[in-house]
Design a protein around this ligand. Sequence first.
Ligand SMILES: *Cc1c(COP(=O)(O)O)cnc(C)c1O
Length: 257
Amino acid sequence: MTPGAPRRWPQAESVADLRRNLAAVQARIEAACRRVGRDPAGVRLLPVSKTRDEAILRLAHAAGCRMLGENKPQEMQRKWQALADLADLRWSAIGHLQTNKARLVARCASEFQALDSLRVAEALERPLQAEGRTLDVYVQVNTSGEASKFGLAPEQVAAFLKQLPAFPALRVRGLMTLALLSDDSVRVRGCFARLRELRDRLRQDAPDGIALDGLSMGMSGDYEIAIEEGATVVRVGQAIFGERSTPDSLYWPKAGS
Ligand SMILES: *Cc1c(COP(=O)(O)O)cnc(C)c1O
């Protein structure tokens, strides 16, 4: 498979469709693990449900999904409310967060994968403490050097991590990145390798309580490469739910080239 090569992801419309797609992705995860001698139990598949309606999300739950990833806080909150009857369904906020939306994430999400500023850490900490909740977080790193991507520059991450023990409601789990959206698998792989090397380097003197084991990297077009480079979480939408009609520029401003 060539990452980024044109592929057809048919729309999933039933529990059976979703089960089949989940199983197919899981099989590819396991094959990628085998290629590099990893235990598949060390890779979590996070289904990404952005833009999908409530009815499909209910089918995904019936197909076994217990955590769903959403890019935009308001959309996540709307779905969190609509699906509140599914008591074991949890939410992972995977998109860039503005401080004025932090309250929504603190309220609805169990996990936040795009921490990239102390202002956002502060904006999350207060409402989390007020509600007596904690949040698993990943620090987002820009490994592609593209101005359109959010996240800290790799050389900023060490100093950033040193500040995070001041936010006890945030449980740091690892690092997250988006690779270059490109057909060039060598450059895509380079982004993932960069995140892993950064993690390995920083892990040695991470502050107490800061766990850096997690690497959230890889999406529908490139998750197998990400696993070969050490991903512990892959965020997969289209390969499970079907092709999205909305352009990625909605989620990565000025993406492209
Ligand atoms: C949408 C999204 C994904 C999943 O992308 P697919 O192409 O649907 O697999 C992964 N990560 C983030 C941050 C996203 O917004």
